[in-house]
Design a protein around this ligand. Structure first.
Ligand SMILES: [Zn+2]
Length: 247
């Protein structure tokens, strides 16, 4: 049993649904491999065209149950005001030290939505600073211990970035769509009237995501794939485990 709140993977997103849309199938795969996964949304998405902060919060918690996360934190760092401030950095450091993950997922470094780019920088820097003893934080009145995650991976969102690694998510991709559809206020539904059209509530948004998962899967001979950019070099400790022989 893992001590306290420790998790193997902690996935950050600028907005609720960033994580499910971009790396949900990989998170389900990690859970199926027997590890704990937690998610942290940096904002509640209050500036989005669709849905209210309350509905988006309820949707995020529903997705947590459907996906089987150990925990989900929703910080209020300010949607569209997600600035690089010492306070925001410290709140993220506090989450990293609370869950003490081995692996962190976050938004890609260059994105169409400025919040994604800013979240990426904040999380990447917080992961480093969380390891510095001299930066003091506390939780529930108790001093936290330093912790630096071993691995940091950027998932892919709007921009078609070339991935460093592709995870075979053939066994979990279809189930991960239930986590995406928990965010019902955001995406296409038949017969919905009176709502403005956004980039993500067009029918083609979801089919486009599925097509991308197929395309990434195709590159590794799998039905579905999710792509990631590495932050730093990938250490290979078990060569034939990484570069598998024909089975
Ligand atoms: Zn987003």
């Amino acid at each position: 049993m893992d001590p306290l709140d420790n998790v193997y993977a902690l996935a950050f997103g600028a907005h609720p649904d960033d994580v499910e849309l971009s790396c949900g199938a990989t998170l389900l795969k990690i859970i199926a491999e027997g590890h704990r996964v937690a998610v942290c949304d940096l904002t509640s998405g209050e500036m989005g065209t669709l849905g209210t902060p309350e509905t988006r919060r309820e949707e995020a918690l529903r997705a947590k149950e459907l996906m089987g996360y150990f925990a989900r934190e929703i910080l209020d760092l300010g949607d569209a005001e997600l600035y690089y401030t010492p306070e925001n950095l410290r709140k993220i450091i506090r989450i990293v030290r609370k869950y003490r993950p081995d692996t962190v997922f976050c938004n890609p470094p260059e994105e169409r939505h400025p919040d994604h780019t800013k979240a990426s920088r904040l999380v990447q820097d917080a992961c480093f600073y969380a390891g510095l003893q001299r930066i003091e934080t506390s939780l529930d009145g108790k001093a936290q211990h330093p912790h630096r995650p071993r691995h940091l991976l950027h998932y892919i969102q709007f921009r078609q970035l070339e991935p460093d690694i592709i995870v075979d998510v053939s066994s979990t991709f279809e189930r991960s769509r239930t986590g995406v559809m928990a965010f019902g206020s955001q995406f296409y539904k038949e017969n919905r009237t009176g709502e403005p059209t956004t980039m993500i509530n067009r029918k083609e948004f979801l089919t486009g995501l599925e097509a991308r998962a197929h395309s990434l899967g195709e590159q590794i001979g799998a039905r579905y794939g999710e792509g990631f950019l590495l932050s730093g070099a990938l250490a290979v400790h078990n060569f034939s485990g990484m570069f598998a022989p024909a089975s």
